[in-house]
Design a protein around this ligand. Structure first.
Ligand code: GLA
Length: 376
């Protein structure tokens, strides 16, 4: 954790110790991709890698942000949605809170994040949720965890300008150690589902394909637009409301049909995964993960050659299931593997990438970790 580092930098830079240090994690989505903005189901868990933030209030209406990664300190006295720069992920949260009428004044922040950027592990939500929990504590704001996540989503959508769903912010704020978060993105009902892999003799292996997220923003917007068009044709508010897939497919053009088929079947796979976890049927969970990947590849068309190769190689080396996680077009793949086999599977992916002429991937294990919290 970068706890001591951010506190020391804060004191050096701002001439006083921080009032506290807070962390908020990135996430891996076990299953349920591109379902959140369709009012569907997701099943993410928090990872140990987190954004770490030292902070204190100021008496004026100025916000100073320092990033340990860029080495920059930026001062903001006017909160303008759409303003460029990494600081918009922090300033946007201040803005979203003030928009809702919460009394948030100035503050100084030092940020250091271990969540890899652009890897589909929700690095931006981790930053937003760290700022949110810090400001809630510093300004004694009365917001429950779901409201915090929702306002972080407002910051991301309206201030940063990325039209994402609720999953990432909800995961960073609401996840608990040892559990996956089963979230119904329409009702916002939340359940903590035990994800006890060790007892089952299993591990989760993550491979970061290090594929640049080329065109990811435009493609994400295009997927959302296809879902909106499909809703208009079908006369439903959200794709979650599609109950008869065959009837829907008969009404839709080919492309919209495939997008809808992914969303509808993916929602069912989340429900089936939750049931599988409750029964301890990890073979079934693995099969559902792999089916999710095929659906993202063939129907939603959000995978790329590196992630497809990683998934195929993991399955060929004994993984129970494997899939890309996150928005797509690169980033990370996760696999459910038997304990003690992660190195063999990771080595196989490295070798396959070398043979294919792809750059070296990075792999690590992931255990379901705690959500946003104060550490001092
Ligand atoms: C990104 C978005 C999420 C979600 C996923 C896809 O991570 O931030 O809201 O839509 O993509 O499941």
């Amino acid at each position: 954790m970068n706890h001591d580092e951010v506190a020391t930098t804060f004191t050096t830079l701002f001439g006083r110790p921080p009032a506290g240090v807070w962390v908020a994690p990135g996430r891996i989505n076990l299953i349920g991709e591109h379902t959140d903005y369709n009012g569907g189901f997701v099943l993410p868990f928090a990872i140990p890698q987190a954004a770490c933030l030292a902070a204190d209030v100021r008496a004026d209406e100025v916000w100073r942000f320092h990033s340990e990664q860029t080495g920059e300190t930026v001062e903001v006295d006017t909160l303008t949605p759409g303003a460029p720069g990494w600081q918009s992920y922090l300033a946007g949260v201040v803005w979203a809170l003030r928009q809702e009428g919460h009394r948030v004044g100035g503050a100084d922040f030092v940020l250091s994040s271990e969540v890899p950027l652009g890897a589909g592990l929700s690095s931006s939500a981790a930053i937003e949720c760290a700022v949110m929990i810090a400001l809630c504590d510093l300004y004694a704001l009365d917001l429950d965890l779901l409201q915090r996540a929702q306002l972080c989503q407002v910051a991301e959508n309206q201030y940063v300008g990325a039209p994402t769903g609720l999953m990432d912010q909800a995961a960073s704020t609401l996840c608990t150690a040892g559990h996956a978060l089963f979230l119904d993105c329409r009702s916002c009902a939340v359940e903590q589902v035990p994800l006890d892999l060790a007892t089952a003799g299993l591990e989760i292996l993550v491979v970061d394909t290090r594929t640049p997220h080329a065109h990811v923003d435009g493609e994400y917007v295009a997927r959302r637009a296809a879902c909106t068009r499909a809703c208009e044709i079908l006369g439903v508010p959200l794709l979650r409301d599609v109950t008869d897939l065959d009837a829907a497919l008969a009404l839709l053009p080919e492309l919209e049909g495939r997008r809808v088929r992914h969303v509808v079947t993916e929602n069912q796979r989340v429900l089936d995964t939750v049931a599988g976890l409750r029964r301890g049927d990890f073979d079934q969970v693995g099969r559902l993960m792999t089916a999710s990947h095929a659906s993202m590849r063939d129907d939603y068309e959000i995978t790329v050659a590196t992630v497809d190769l990683a998934v195929e190689t993991m399955l060929a080396s004994g993984a129970l299931g494997a899939r890309m996680t996150g928005g797509g077009f690169g980033g990370c793949v996760l696999a459910l593997v038997r304990a003690g086999t992660a190195d063999v599977v990771a080595d196989a992916v490295r070798a396959a990438f070398a043979d294919a002429g792809f750059g070296a991937p990075v792999s690590f294990g992931a255990r379901p970790s705690a959500g946003a919290r104060r550490t001092s």
